[in-house]
Unconditional design. Structure first.
Ligand code: AKB
Length: 320
């Protein structure tokens, strides 16, 4: 890969992945694709930024030609909670956007396409603990439906056209650089901001809600390691389970309390509770470990320490 286009560069994962890949490939070789969001100074000062909407094929084609793109990472997606509010929008962005990207990749003979999937591919009938790689995929959210379809579509392009499509089933991703938007797992980020700002947080999922989660440095490592894995070692393509940690909301609150003893937690579950209840507690990621050497670095307390320090810094500078 020489020239990478990241669609959705202003998002939670896209913003940090763009900067990380620019360190490896050089600023000019990683093009930040943003749709409406004004790119941050960090993003626009270190390499090219273009307005790219995966639903606009002509615009996408023009950017691919302009920069001679040979790999696309498609981070643009409508997540679970927003998807339930607007299922047609979720279908449009997640499916029509994806097929446009895959078709452009085929047209330009790209070296690789990376398309994220999610634990949202699982549903209430999936085994809940240590969820296997190969298992029942019957999600009950539109986001999950598009992610299962996206995985199948990715694998179809691998088999039918020989296009190198790769993807991971991200758990909830926790970070302090860019806020997540419209997901169910957003509580695991919001708690840290509220702990620093107000020393209390009202959770929209109950105390016992347990989900697979991952800290951003591990998310970047997983994504980049999968991108760089040798194609011949891959038995799977678009659907790798990747685990890192699994904790309940109560355990997350207890971890925050270790560092901020007067932190208070309360619970007011809303419509996102049923989405969280349909997802697994933890995943079996042995395929990722065997096929491309996946191994996470962070556990809950190491992440909490890091998150609180970083958000405290922002707070002191008046940035939040
Ligand atoms: C969401 O909560 O919708 C996302 C996801 C798990 O894919 N963070």
């Amino acid at each position: 890969m020489k020239k990478i286009l990241i669609i959705g560069s202003a998002g939670q994962i896209g913003s940090e992945l763009t900067l990380e890949l620019r360190k490896m490939y050089g600023g000019d070789n990683v093009i930040a694709g943003v749709r409406k969001t004004k790119p941050s100074e960090k993003l626009s000062s270190k390499g090219p930024c273009e307005v790219v909407d995966a639903l606009d094929v002509e615009g996408l084609r023009a950017t691919v030609k302009k920069y001679n793109i040979d790999a696309i990472i498609n981070m643009a997606a409508i997540l679970s909670a927003t998807g339930e509010k607007n299922p047609m929008l979720a279908w449009d962005v997640n499916m029509n956007g994806l097929i446009n990207v895959l078709e452009i990749a085929r047209e330009f003979n790209m070296k690789q396409v990376l398309v994220p999937s999610s634990i949202a591919v699982f549903g209430p009938s999936t085994p809940i603990d240590n969820t296997p790689q190969e298992t029942i995929l019957k999600p009950t959210t539109i986001y999950g439906v598009t992610k299962v379809s996206g995985e199948l579509l990715g694998d179809y392009y691998v088999k039918r056209y020989g296009l190198d499509v790769r993807g991971l089933r991200y758990p909830g991703i926790i970070s302090h650089e860019t806020l997540p938007g419209g997901g169910t797992t957003d509580y695991a980020v919001a708690i840290y901001y509220e702990a620093i700002k107000h020393k209390k947080y009202t959770s929209f999922v109950n105390e016992d809600t347990r989900l697979p989660m991952m800290y951003m440095p591990d998310c970047l490592k997983a994504t980049i390691d999968l991108m760089h894995a040798d194609y011949k070692d891959l038995k799977h393509h678009s659907d790798f389970n990747v685990g890192a940690m699994s904790f309940s909301m109560g355990e997350l609150a207890a971890s925050v309390k270790k560092y901020i003893p007067d932190f208070e937690i309360s619970y007011a579950p809303d419509e996102r509770q049923s989405i969280a209840d349909s997802w697994p507690n933890s995943v079996d990621d042995s395929a990722a470990r065997e096929e491309w050497g996946w191994k996470p670095d962070y556990d809950l307390d190491a992440m909490t320490k890091d998150m609180l320090q970083a958000i405290e810094e922002k707070h002191k500078k008046g940035l939040i």
